[in-house]
Design a protein around this ligand. Structure first.
Ligand SMILES: C[S@@+](CC[C@H](N)C(=O)[O-])C[C@H]1O[C@@H](n2cnc3c(N)ncnc32)[C@H](O)[C@@H]1O
Length: 282
């Protein structure tokens, strides 16, 4: 019996290390000299499927040209994040398409362009504390986990939050140790995550017509938030900065990261008891 247990443990460990042969560190940097070099390195070190790696590289090239990826660390995070783990199996053929995809429960995984631009604008540094509102598929937080080891993410749809938690737990078991740094909870993100605040960066992935006061409060002075703001289905993605004036008062600045382009997001909903009831729009 003891021998059988030891054999199973050893076999499980071997399976995990075979899935992701080299553990992630924030210094990990796949080669970008050519598609072939990238794909070969990732297959050898991360154990990922060469078909998806090739598609990830091709989307990466488009994101570089469109200037959605604008800093080195976010470029690296895009290249290291297996988006195919976070789309539904029947959608996997579309994993690296430009558009958002249905993930069930009436919501979507944002498209690579929006994720890349919003993450680039946050300019996340190692050790930054980052809060995401709207875990959804889990892909955005997976990108964040390749930038910092301190990520918190809130999802309002409980069964979706549980499904995505199971994806993180499964990928962690296969060797994606970086996802251990993603803290998740099913809740209404309008009120932020008080016990973990303050945050250096906040990313909101659902649309609302105002900035939730609790999120602004939980953003550090010197911090940055990106948030889709506007009427239903017609938001502008804003970069919000919170700075201290010389006299100690707080200055909030906003700019449109897509230069006036409307980007529709799923609504920032609210709870009544355990049920989702309408949105937080005023
Ligand atoms: C565009 S989708 C998901 C994007 C997600 N970041 C991803 O990578 O897949 C936005 C998500 O926000 C969630 N959401 C909406 N209102 C919310 C709220 N009040 N608190 C937390 N999550 C909310 C939705 O249920 C949905 O899953």
């Amino acid at each position: 019996m003891a021998f059988a247990a030891a054999f199973i443990t050893a076999f499980a460990a071997a399976t995990v290390s075979a899935a992701v042969p080299t553990a992630f560190t924030l210094e990990m940097n796949p080669p970008t000299a050519s598609k072939e070099a990238f794909v070969e390195w990732m297959a050898a070190n991360r154990g990922e499927d060469k078909k998806f790696l090739g598609q990830r590289w091709d989307r990466y090239q488009v994101l570089l040209r469109s200037k959605a990826l604008t800093n080195d660390q976010t470029k690296r995070a895009f290249l290291l994040t297996p988006r195919e783990e976070f789309v539904r199996k029947f959608q996997r053929v579309h994993t690296y398409a430009d558009n958002f995809l249905d993930i069930g429960f009436g919501v979507t995984i944002s498209g690579p362009n929006a994720v890349s631009k919003m993450t680039s604008v946050l300019d996340i540094q190692k050790g930054d504390k980052v809060l995401e509102i709207g875990t959804g598929s889990g892909y955005q937080s997976a990108v964040l986990a390749h930038l910092t080891d301190k990520v918190w993410s809130i999802e309002i749809i409980k069964p979706l939050a549980e499904r995505t938690r199971a994806i993180y737990d499964d990928t962690i078991a296969r060797g994606y140790s970086e996802f251990k740094n993603i803290n998740t909870k099913p809740a209404d993100g309008y009120y932020g995550w008080e016990s973990a605040a303050p945050f250096d960066k906040i990313i909101v992935t659902c649309g609302i017509d105002h900035i939730p006061p609790a999120l602004l409060k939980q953003l550090k002075t010197g911090g940055v938030m990106v948030i889709p703001v506007g009427p239903p289905g017609a938001q502008h993605v804003l970069k919000i900065t919170k700075e201290a004036n010389p006299d100690g008062t707080i200055k909030i600045s906003r700019s449109d990261i897509f230069n006036g382009k409307v980007v529709p997001f799923v609504p920032f909903t609210k709870l009544e008891g355990d049920a989702i009831a309408g949105s937080h729009n005023k």
